[in-house]
Design a protein around this ligand. Structure first.
Ligand SMILES: NC(=O)c1ccc[n+]([C@@H]2O[C@H](COP(=O)([O-])OP(=O)(O)OC[C@H]3O[C@@H](n4cnc5c(N)ncnc54)[C@H](O)[C@@H]3O)[C@@H](O)[C@H]2O)c1
Length: 259
């Protein structure tokens, strides 16, 4: 998938270090590019080696700095190792982005135990373990944690029940962590996109016998967003311009959750 670099609004991340999971594709790649073009040194993580290497090449082509690590985000030891590698490479951590995620559509009663546990592992365990490992470093820099939730964490969706459960967990991870650290300098927020054109959505298969009318409310009326839309919001939320934001779940969904 090709990704264009959105013109940045400045150099809001000079001297800062950003960790981005899911950096090999879609929203994570766009965030890595956006932050790097605004001066951040970026540490990217993904389970897919070649796409991650492509992101590194794109960042370097844009005169940015990026290091990376390949691994499975659902493993706690991997989450600790990727944060350790980031800090070893760049000496600090200012921005941690929990972006990696997977989605499936199926009838709820057909969800296998393996698929259920995989979805929970990638979408809930991973962000939780990354947050555990990253927060001590963010406390040291007065940094920020941003989780990618979804409209699916804010509304019920047919045929993606387990995905909705995982994103609801991300909403509550964000709010509860915001309270636990409310007396510190760190900021913890989430972005809740709806349909964004990435490999997650282009590869999304829907069982043939579903009631399509039940999917209209979360398909929306204005088409799909772009990864760069979400990256622009992420960059603002990670910057000092968003100093007033803590514990917020910010929708970027072209009205999907408005009605
Ligand atoms: N695309 C959308 O419509 C949409 C809408 C709302 C929320 N989101 C969320 O945005 C985030 C990014 O999604 P995207 O659309 O960019 O998808 P994407 O498939 O383009 O990118 C996700 C990345 O996560 C990586 N990944 C998957 N499993 C992993 C694992 N076990 N360990 C490490 N990396 C792993 C993939 O290799 C991929 O590079 C996800 O959390 C997704 O749930 C996406």
């Amino acid at each position: 998938m090709t990704t264009t670099v959105t013109t940045s609004t400045g150099r809001r991340f000079d001297d800062r270090v950003a960790l981005v999971t899911g950096a090999g594709s879609g929203i994570g790649r766009a965030i890595a590019l956006r932050l790097a073009t605004e001066g951040a040194r970026v540490f990217g993580h993904d389970i897919a080696a070649d796409p991650l290497a492509e992101t590194v090449a794109l960042v370097e082509h844009a005169n940015g700095t990026m290091r990376s690590r390949v691994g499975d985000i659902s493993r706690r030891d991997e989450c600790r190792a990727l944060v350790d590698d980031c800090v070893a490479a760049f000496g600090r951590l200012d921005v941690a982005g929990n972006v990696a995620g997977i989605a499936r559509a199926e009838h709820f009663v057909d969800v296998s135990e393996a698929d259920y546990r995989r979805m929970m592992g990638v979408n809930v365990d991973g962000p939780t373990f990354v947050a555990q490992a990253a927060i001590p470093h963010l406390l040291a820099t007065g940094g920020t944690l941003i989780n990618i939730a979804s409209n699916a964490g804010l509304m019920g969706q047919a045929y993606t029940v387990v995905y909705c459960m995982t994103k609801g967990a991300i909403v509550q991870l964000t709010r509860a962590l915001a309270m636990e650290y409310v007396r510190s300098d760190i900021r913890i927020n989430a972005i809740a996109p709806a349909g964004v054109l990435t490999s997650l959505t282009t590869g999304f298969t829907i069982p043939p016998d579903v009631d399509g009318s039940l999917m209209v409310p979360y398909s929306g009326y204005r088409g799909m967003g772009s990864p760069e839309d979400i990256a622009a919001l992420f960059a603002w939320m990670a910057s000092d311009e968003a100093a007033n934001m803590h514990g917020s779940i910010v929708s970027s969904d072209r009205g999907v959750t408005a009605g």
